[in-house]
Design a protein around this ligand. Structure first.
Ligand SMILES: N[C@@H](CCC(=O)N[C@@H](CS)C(=O)NCC(=O)O)C(=O)O
Length: 251
């Protein structure tokens, strides 16, 4: 039976799921869902309201963290989590911190970019239905996202600060571990989670965010700052050396 990833191309949690599946060298199809209407499907299949959602044979996995544990238990080659208990605990902790930071990256980025055409194109895709009703759908999706993620100039700014704090923290962990990986001496769930959560701010080639260009000074500063810092350079290098991004995010 086919393995399928249901996703939003723009979502960095979906990028994490794609990377996890790619790392395990598993074949899968990518299917895009339209925001808001996706809930009917995800609730029905996995009692969840969010994507990524993965179908693997008879199994439905509706959260990127659950997916990592599921994949490691079922496909034991190329482990995502170390077997050493101490390292494993560290990986789990960093992964959770990354997921939390991801909420702030998302809120800040939307506070700056939600009105742009590029974001709407990525959110809505290019189906016939979308082409016919793009304007109405765009308005509704923008409104829905603003409400769901509580996006205002104030929450955006507060998320920017929390994001910067997270960058400092992860950078420290990276440097303490020698600069190559966050935990131990090989790629783990921790690296994949942190890199996926911050990748939207680096406009890396062959990622969904390559077309999102800073449209104001605040965002330009955030991009410049991250790309010049050790964490940003490490993420960019990880993408070049380990990600082999294949453009499969398009679905
Ligand atoms: N903890 C979840 C978070 C996933 C998540 O927040 N997904 C967002 C897209 S970035 C989503 O599906 N939002 C739609 C909604 O909540 O209706 C995971 O790691 O999979």
């Amino acid at each position: 039976m086919k393995r399928v990833l249901y996703q939003f191309p723009l979502s960095h949690y979906c990028e994490k799921a794609r990377w996890l599946l790619d790392f395990k060298q598993l074949d899968y199809e990518v299917r895009n869902l339209v925001p808001a209407t996706h809930r009917v499907f995800t609730l029905l299949k996995a009692q969840t309201t969010t994507v990524p959602l993965v179908k693997d044979g008879q199994e439905w996995i509706g959260d990127s963290t659950d997916l990592a544990f599921y994949l490691d238990a079922k496909y034991t080659l190329r482990p995502l989590l170390p077997s050493d208990p101490q390292l494993r605990t560290k990986v789990v902790m960093i992964e959770q911190q990354a997921d939390k930071a991801g909420v702030h990256v998302r809120r800040y980025a939307y506070s700056q970019l939600l009105q742009t055409e590029e974001v709407i194109n990525l959110l809505l895709g290019d189906s016939t239905l979308v082409r016919l009703f793009k304007k109405q759908l765009a308005g509704q999706v923008r409104q829905g996202i603003t409400k769901l993620y509580k996006i205002t100039p104030e929450t955006g700014e507060s998320s920017r600060l929390k994001m910067q704090q997270a960058i400092n923290d992860f950078e420290q962990v990276l440097q303490q571990n020698g600069g190559r990986y966050l935990v131990g001496d090989c790629l783990s769930l921790a690296d994949i989670a942190v890199a996926s959560m911050f990748a939207p701010l680096l406009a890396i080639k062959d990622t969904p965010w390559q077309t999102l260009k800073p449209n104001n000074q605040s965002l330009q500063q955030v991009y410049d700052n991250l790309s010049q810092r050790p964490l940003g350079q490490w993420i960019t290098r990880l993408y070049q050396e380990q990600r082999q991004a294949r453009g499969n995010w398009r679905g």
